[in-house]
Design a binder for this molecule. Structure first.
Ligand SMILES: C[N+](C)(C)CCCC(=O)O
Ligand SMILES: O=C(O)CCC(=O)C(=O)O
Ligand SMILES: [Fe+2]
Ligand SMILES: [Zn+2]
Length: 428
């Protein structure tokens, strides 16, 4: 069973049980929530069709205990039950959103009466005579047990993350399939989430393909480099990417407070000599650094590094930001890499004695990124589109000979929002 969560597929033929946002209002256009939820994913499967055996109030009415037909039980806090009353007064079904105001919620509420109806639902009467009903299936999914919450988390956030090194089997899908076949689009995004990179092949070798791809699942994000941008050798380049020079491993736009989650690079023309691409799994390398040198890891996960980008492109811009090289979750695991050596500012707002240790830590991280066992090298061909998780995968390219003609041309773009749910901090 699949459901659309945050984005729609135009003309989607997603298996329909929970397809919820494909219809009328936005016909032919894709919807996009600026959220961190996946395009489509599996719903819970285990908890279906289990009837209710018995229901009772516990703990002087602060909990409701449900006993299921298979003998298992779930306990629901009354304050949560009252908060999640599904009646039209408390819940706006058309928006799937809570109408009840927190100011009208009594956090010490207890049930007055609770009963089972037909094994399929429970009904509660509250002290003020407000009546609520909860379906068995709805309740089972929201059970507070460790296992049920783990299952829900799995379904909502697709946390599976396969680390890789030079052994990467670069996932590939035909561009056409992703454009026209919903199952392939789904596969693309799930793989992007799990592996962090997918190569789409067989696009036309001309500008415009990224706009089509972006519209397939949402829309592109506009930055000061334009809705899409042309990576080629330019006179008076306003970015090191627009030269023939080598680009060491970087993430794009650490200068933005919330860097794009997904980047697209479409090869339109490729040089014969040089210009190879390199990628590395930043989450994997971060874990290696943590193991190898916890002190260096500590520095990179705590030091605020200044980034700057000033120039003229789609508009005049002067952008400034502080980022840690490695952002971590509550367990100290990497959740976002923010590293572009080119836009790292000359200004460095830390005490002088901390500067050299910072550089030493950065160098150690960079050495690990570049170690033969971690990096993966490939060369884009005209018509290839590399799509990658810009919070996780660092990318680079080899230099190539300069020429009076344009010998190498990529079109790039960033996706608006993020179809890849981020919930590392919630998972083990
Ligand atoms: C390719 N471009 C110029 C849009 C962005 C390059 C990455 C960066 O400056 O952070
Ligand atoms: O030229 C390439 O292969 C990569 C370009 C790049 O990383 C960028 O434009 O940010
Ligand atoms: Fe880049
Ligand atoms: Zn209600």
């Amino acid at each position: 069973m699949w459901r659309v969560v945050a984005y729609t597929l135009p003309r989607a033929k997603v298996p329909r049980s929970r397809v919820c946002c494909l219809q009328p209002a936005q016909k032919g256009r894709s919807l996009l929530a600026g959220t961190t939820a996946p395009l489509v994913h599996a719903t819970q499967s285990l908890s279906m069709n289990l009837g209710i055996q018995k229901v009772e109030a516990l703990d002087t009415g602060h909990f409701v205990r449900v006993e299921w037909e298979d003998g298992s039980e779930s306990r629901y806090p009354c304050v949560w039950l009252r908060d999640n009353c599904q009646c039209p007064q408390c819940f706006l079904r058309s928006a799937k959103a809570r109408r009840l105001l927190i100011e009208d919620l009594d956090v010490n509420i207890v049930v007055k009466e609770v009963a089972v109806a037909d094994r399929r639902k429970i009904s509660i009467t509250w002290p003020d005579e407000h009546a609520s009903e909860y379906e068995a299936e709805w309740l089972k999914k929201r059970c507070f047990s460790e296992e049920a919450r783990a299952e829900m988390r799995e379904n909502l956030f697709l946390p599976e993350c396969q680390h890789w090194g030079s052994d990467l089997q670069l996932p590939k899908l035909p561009f056409e399939e992703v454009m026209y076949n919903d199952e392939s689009t789904y596969k693309w995004l799930c793989t992007l989430k799990r592996v962090g990179i997918v190569l789409l092949t067989g696009a036309a070798a001309r500008q415009g393909e990224l706009v089509k791809l972006g519209h397939r699942i949402g829309f592109l994000r506009l930055t000061f480099y334009g809705p899409t941008w042309q990576v080629q050798d330019k006179a008076d380049a306003n970015n090191v990417a627009y030269t023939t020079g080598k680009l060491c491993f970087h993430t794009d736009y650490p200068v933005l407070q919330h860097p794009p989650g997904v980047q697209f690079l479409h090869c339109i023309k490729q040089t014969a000599a040089g210009g190879e691409s390199q990628v590395v799994d930043g989450f994997h390398v971060s874990r290696m650094l943590k193991k190898q040198n916890p002190q260096a890891y500590q520095i990179l996960t705590s030091t605020a590094v200044d980034y700057t980008d000033i120039g003229v492109d789609f508009c005049d811009f002067a952008v400034q930001c502080k980022q840690r090289i490695i952002d971590v979750d509550s367990r100290g695991e990497a959740v976002r890499i923010n590293y572009n050596n080119a836009t790292r500012d000359t200004v460095f707002d830390i005490p002088a004695e901390k500067v050299r240790p910072f550089y030493a830590a950065l160098k150690e991280f960079d050495d690990l990124l570049n170690s033969a066992e971690h990096k993966f090298t490939y060369k884009l061909k005209p018509g290839d589109i590399v799509t990658f998780d810009n919070w996780r995968v660092l990318h680079g390219r080899q230099s190539f000979p300069s020429d009076s003609e344009v010998t190498r041309h990529l079109e790039g773009a960033e996706l608006m929002g993020c179809p890849l749910p981020r919930a590392a901090s919630l998972t083990k």
